[in-house]
Design a protein around this ligand. Structure first.
Ligand SMILES: Cc1ncc(COP(=O)(O)O)c(C=O)c1O
Length: 397
């Protein structure tokens, strides 16, 4: 096997440098632990930007499902149907708001599907003589992905060099309902909102705001799209983040943790728009392939069997309390829901990230001053305590 130095060197030579990587190659993972090519062990509160987030690394139930499916059928194409994708859709819709599912591989693609769906549904529901409805409201500090449609809804700092964007994006402040009401006009098709903003620094909308968005969408016949790619399934202490607010969206997008590490993403459409896409209007060649869908089915079953929704709420609450109780000078605020936690520091978080990593704890720094903690939901109590000890000692030091 190549050494860490060799892999890092080859990375620079062969891979397009689109990521700000640390010079470490990960080679093995188990539960909430991961090892690099030098054999160094880490407790993982990072979980691959949330993508390894529910099941942890190489959960036996997930790997068994992948191995079993790999021996049967990898892909046949969406000219046909297959049982794993139907099972995964059933598991998602059972815990959500019913509806129907379109499968793809990444959060950005799921949001592209939702964007197209919002435009199509707005046209189908609107008058044939009125203006085409195409505008989408999204919120500052959101993140919806890197493809052109999703990028258009995402803050300007990510768009630099790629303009012009897809027309019709309107960005407003989260929790400013009056501004949303004022911005919606006869050309608006939908509103995209994250129930918990992940990349933007773990920011939560208020209940009143989310309910206000729901009412506005009902009044104006817009689609309310919840981008749950970061926060679901189960991470916030609810199956899906919108459930924190007592509302139902018209569309929900999922990705990251859904496949337990396998690339699975979904656009889930409720009854109002579930049949808007008809044959030929949208597609994804490998979307819902049996291999990745089988991994997703195993993840959803694991959440149910191990009661990971309530565990996320319980353990996440305990982690947030422990940090608040530690009264750490540089921590201005602890916020989040379930095991999606942000620590707002009074300084950039990069140094804490580096020191934690040196001491064997992976965390993430986002929005410059926010440390993001997102341990896998199956993390053993012992790993939580060990990780917290490192984190608190680094922040106090
Ligand atoms: C809320 C949200 N939506 C969409 C995306 C894009 O997902 P992907 O990187 O899988 O395209 C992300 C990625 O971080 C995200 O946090």
């Amino acid at each position: 096997m190549a050494t860490q130095a060799q892999i890092v060197k080859a990375t620079k030579k062969y891979l397009i440098p689109s990521y700000g990587r640390v010079p470490v190659a990960m080679v093995r993972g188990s539960g909430a632990r991961i090892w690099d090519a030098d054999g160094k062990e880490y407790i993982d509160f990072f979980a691959g930007f949330g993508a390894g987030g529910v099941a942890g690394h190489c959960h036996p139930a997930v790997t068994a499902a992948i191995k079993a499916q790999a021996d049967k059928l990898l892909c046949a194409g969406n000219l046909f149907t297959n049982e794993p994708q139907v099972q995964l859709a059933e598991a998602i819709t059972k815990h959500a708001f019913g509806g129907k599912v379109f499968f793809c591989h990444s959060g950005a693609e799921a949001n592209e599907a939702a964007l197209k769906l919002a435009r199509l549904a707005a046209r189908q529901n609107g008058s044939s003589t009125g203006p085409a409805r195409y505008k989408i409201v999204s919120f500052h500090h959101c993140f919806h992905g890197r493809t052109m449609g999703a990028l258009s809804l995402t803050p300007e700092k990510f768009q630099k060099g790629f303009e012009p964007m897809v027309p019709g994006s309107v960005k407003l402040d989260l929790n400013d309902l009056a501004a949303v009401r004022a911005a919606v006009d006869g050309e608006t098709a939908g509103i995209f909102v994250e129930p918990v903003q992940g990349e933007g620094g773990i920011n939560l909308p208020t209940k009143a705001f989310m309910r206000g968005l729901r009412d506005l969408c009902d009044q104006k016949k817009l689609l309310l799209v919840c981008d749950e790619v970061w926060c679901s399934p189960a991470r916030t202490g609810e199956w899906f983040g919108y459930q924190l607010f007592g509302i139902q969206p018209d569309v929900m997008t999922l990705g990251k943790a859904l496949g337990g590490g396998a690339p699975v993403a979904a656009c889930v459409a409720g009854p109002k728009c579930q049949d808007a896409f008809q044959p030929g209007t949208h597609g994804c060649t490998l979307g819902g392939n049996p291999l990745c869908a089988a991994a997703g089915v195993a993840v959803m079953k694991l959440i149910e069997d191990q009661k990971l929704v309530s565990r996320a709420a319980r353990k996440g609450g305990a982690i947030m309390k422990a940090i608040r109780d530690a009264k750490i000078g540089c921590v201005k605020e602890v916020r989040g829901s379930g095991m999606m936690i942000g620590l707002e520091l009074d300084k950039p978080g990069k140094e804490a990230f580096t020191k934690c990593m040196e001491r064997g704890l992976l965390i993430n720094c986002t929005a410059d001053t926010v440390l993001r903690l997102a341990p896998p939901l199956i993390i053993p109590d012992k790993d939580i305590s060990e990780g917290m000890e490192i984190l608190i000692s680094v922040l106090k030091g």
